[in-house]
Design a protein around this ligand. Structure first.
Ligand SMILES: NC(=O)c1ccc[n+]([C@@H]2O[C@H](COP(=O)([O-])OP(=O)(O)OC[C@H]3O[C@@H](n4cnc5c(N)ncnc54)[C@H](OP(=O)(O)O)[C@@H]3O)[C@@H](O)[C@H]2O)c1
Length: 292
């Protein structure tokens, strides 16, 4: 299959690029700015997207997004442009060409007032601009009439880019004491695991299983637990103190509980999902390799 990936310079895009090196499929990697990852493609440019997809692309994997949750509060139009208009442009191009769109979305479409894992058909009610634009993006994909698989994921991290893992790695290396919120519960997801899950769908001829799916690593923890595990795995000496979100205000409100129920994904695609602690160890090993 011919597979076009958008947002290839991001953490998920790069993880897919790494796995693609051993794939039988032909990948076309695109990004809006970076020169080191394939062709330039701004997903909000309908003419350019239509040219890039043409008739020969079988699957589009949309990893492009405006992901700065706090900045989105002050720049809603910038977040809307990529997360809604960009998703709509790709979906319309997929509808015209017959390509399947694998579109990545987020746990932040939920308000976090639940206390059991969210299923795909649970009511959505985003708390922040980022979540609202991602939800509108999902709706645009569905409304386009294209063939789609929407994968909602959570707390994505890896060795590159901007993410919680790297932020905590840096802070615990520099500071003797930090505070981390203990009242946001979710599931960290290693970008390499989500990339693997997408490859699993492509490699096993499961692209006909259209719909919305939840995918995160197994297990759950608070941001505080995650930070402690990161610090310990890296061997850093730092005291991490738990605090509440109200005592650590940030620009965007975040859900207190955003654990995703992965039963539908597991049952449909038959993939064993790794536990977040095991994947964290892989990520730490990958980082040590990069820093050698
Ligand atoms: N990060 C998380 O914690 C998290 C959690 C749940 C769901 N997700 C979702 O998972 C997906 C992948 O996230 P990620 O963490 O890999 O994101 P990321 O590292 O922030 O990368 C986003 C990518 O999108 C690109 N991009 C932005 N605007 C674009 C445009 N107009 N045209 C083309 N590309 C554009 C960026 O390029 P530049 O770098 O050149 O701007 C970058 O390559 C996204 O859909 C995100 O919403 C992420």
């Amino acid at each position: 299959m011919n597979i076009l990936v958008t947002g290839s310079s991001g953490q998920l895009g790069r993880a897919i690029e790494e796995l693609s090196r051993n794939s039988r499929h032909r990948f076309i990697f695109t990004s809006q700015g970076a020169d080191d990852v394939g062709l330039r493609l701004d997903v909000t440019d309908a003419a350019a997207v239509s040219r890039a997809i043409g008739d020969g692309v079988d699957v589009i994997i949309n990893c492009a997004a405006y992901t700065d949750v706090n900045a989105a509060e002050d720049n809603p139009s910038a977040a809307y442009a990529v997360n809604v208009s960009g998703a709509a442009v790709l979906a319309d191009a997929a509808a015209s060409s017959g390509a399947l769109l694998i579109h990545v979305s987020t746990d932040y479409v939920f308000d976090g007032y639940a206390n059991t894992p969210y299923r795909e058909d649970d009511p959505t009610a985003p708390l922040n601009v980022y979540g609202m634009t991602k939800l509108e993006g999902e709706k645009a994909v569905i409304a386009s009439g294209c063939r789609y698989i929407i994968l909602r994921t959570s707390w994505l991290y890896g060795c590159r880019g901007r993410n919680f893992f790297l932020a905590i790695a840096e802070k615990t290396a520099e500071c003797p004491r930090i505070k981390v919120v203990c009242d946001q519960i979710g599931s960290p997801t290693y970008a390499g695991d989500l990339a693997y899950a997408i490859m699993h769908i492509l490699d096993n001829g499961m692209t006909g299983a259209e719909g919305i799916y939840h995918y995160s690593d197994e297990g759950l923890c608070s941001r505080y637990d995650f930070a402690k595990e990161i610090c310990d795995s890296l061997g850093h000496i730092c005291t991490i103190e738990p605090c509440r979100s109200v005592d650590y205000p940030s620009r965007a409100e975040r859900p207190h509980y955003s654990v995703l129920d992965k039963s539908k994904f597991r049952e449909t695609f038959g993939l064993e999902i790794p536990n977040w602690k095991d994947s964290l160890r892989l990520c730490v090993a990958e980082m040590e390799n990069i820093n050698k």
